[in-house]
Design a protein around this ligand. Structure first.
Ligand SMILES: [Zn+2]
Length: 283
């Protein structure tokens, strides 16, 4: 008859071996079109990168050795770069391993203009704060489209394109604002009249609901028409600086309400401040 302690050790060893093999088996290899949303140094030689992937949603990955002189990643994992990411996804962890990254598009044009860079950074922040693993690739596809539009635009067209793109990302994430029916009672909303936009309720309110406890900002009829255009994937320019600032603020407040964690959207605030400065058209 064996000693109970020996048995315990044997059992332990078996359990450990099984666990190890399960971990090895369940590491998922993902090869997916990806977009770099954020990247920062980690330890002596590595970088931690957050990427929106088409096949696995928004992931945090570590690129080991990315800052060594002969890094296998080169400059591939710069901000806003698109490429095919090779990821070893660990089921029990939030941080996965980036095994390789084949760049398809670097988007250096976004860094060449303050207007483009601040707008692109706001889009990236939106994706980072709302993106989740396994989002069916929605964030990747909509963010990539917006960044390409921003990169190809003249600086004075950038704010409207970025606002339009941001609202489409919001819609793709499943919380488009109510503009045609009251966000509270779902009654049809009248055309051509200013309404109350209630962030908490999730959109515009009918006059009744606005009177009975609705809180929010005045939404002029033309601002509602512009939002509708943007959400329908149509272009709608914003030439009036005051209207542009009002739209930026409306979007930021809407996002903050939905995040509900009290953390400011720093890139959005920078974008707003930059738009309010005089460098906006020439930058
Ligand atoms: Zn109502």
């Amino acid at each position: 008859m064996r000693h109970p302690r020996v048995l315990d050790r044997e059992q332990e060893a078996v359990v450990l071996a099984v666990r190890r093999s399960l971990v090895v088996l369940s590491v998922r290899l993902i090869e997916s079109d990806s977009l770099v949303l954020h990247s920062f140094d980690y330890g002596e030689t590595s970088r931690i990168v957050r990427i929106a992937t088409r096949d696995a949603g928004v992931l945090s990955v570590i690129a080991r050795g990315a800052r060594r002189p002969k890094s296998p990643f080169g400059a591939a994992i710069d901000l806003f770069t698109s490429g095919v990411a090779h990821v070893r996804a660990h089921p029990s962890r939030d941080l996965h391993t980036l095994a390789g990254f084949d760049t398809t598009r670097s988007r250096s044009e976004l860094a060449g203009s303050l207007a483009r860079f601040t707008a692109a950074s706001a889009i990236a922040e939106l994706c980072l704060r709302f993106g989740r693993e396994d989002d069916s690739g929605r964030v990747h596809d909509s963010a990539t489209a917006v960044l390409d539009a921003i990169g190809a635009a003249e600086p004075h067209d950038v704010p409207a394109l970025a606002l339009a793109g941001a609202w489409r990302v919001v819609a793709d994430l499943g919380f488009a604002p109510a503009l045609d029916q009251c966000a509270s009672c779902h009654a049809d909303l009248p055309e051509h009249v200013p309404l109350t936009f209630d962030h908490r309720a999730g959109g515009a309110l009918c006059a009744n609901c606005a009177r009975n406890g609705g809180r929010g900002r005045q939404l002029p009829a033309e601002a509602r028409a512009t939002l509708r255009q943007w959400l329908a994937d149509a272009e709608s320019a914003l030439d009036d600086p005051a209207a542009r600032r009002a739209h930026q603020r409306l979007l930021r407040e809407f996002l903050e309400e939905h995040l509900g964690d009290g953390r400011p959207l720093r890139a959005f605030l920078t974008w707003e401040a930059q738009g309010a400065s005089r460098t906006e058209v020439t930058a």
